[in-house]
Design a protein around this ligand. Sequence first.
Ligand code: ACM
Length: 284
Amino acid sequence: MNVNATHFTRVFMKKINNNLKVGFIQTSPVFGKVEKNIEKAVSQINKINAGLIVLPELFNTGYQFIDRKEAFNFAEEIPDGVTTQRLISAAQPRDVYIVSGIAEKSKGKLFNSAVFVGPNGYIGTYRKSHLFRNENNIFDKGDTGYLVFDIGSAKIGIMICFDWRFPEVARVLSLKGADILCHPSNLVLPHGPDSMITRCLENHVFAITADRVGIENRKKGETLKFIGKSQVVTPSGEVLRRGSEENEEEWVTDINPQEARDKKINSHNDLLKDRRVDLMHEML
Ligand code: ACM
């Protein structure tokens, strides 16, 4: 088969029956080895045939910055930085959309961000809203709000790691029409993966959590063990795959994103329409 025919077959197979091939890349980055971490992730991307892939939070640098200055030195501008450009050049020939976490610098500010790229280049950036523990000493709080991107075959909502602990994030993304919550993560708390099942049930959406494995102990007395367990969850709360707690892996499955659109859970109840917004006003 020539190159064009192979490309056509791949695109066709990804679009059949409204299905979209989605997956996660679970990594084990080496702190500070940006080039190596990017190339490893790109080699994992090249192993699979997917239409949408999620990579972990801060996948290119590692997580445990000593201080803001160090993080600033590793941060990149989006979309001009090396990492975003490398992801774009990986996405184009594979005809794949990629959501991945990186440290972003912009006008003197520093964000824990997720960049979204696709076959036609840069699409957008989400900046993490809920910073976890020491991240509050390093990053500025995200200022993008909750973003949903329509890629035709699906509407993609983006949240980052600890955002799982705040159900409003998944809810607002769902109210904005997200079919799939893409969730780059560096999970250290045990409840993240199970909580994402609840986020899916609450909102009748898919969720792809891409986590990392490994240990970082760059700060005395602060050893971090990342729990892995990347996963794909359906709107009915089924975990199609949960990754290991120790190993890198890449995993892809077929889903039909349209399944997330009907919020009726029985003949009487609709998850979004039945909300008693009239009883919430005083709390907002
Ligand atoms: C986390 O938000 N990285 C735990």
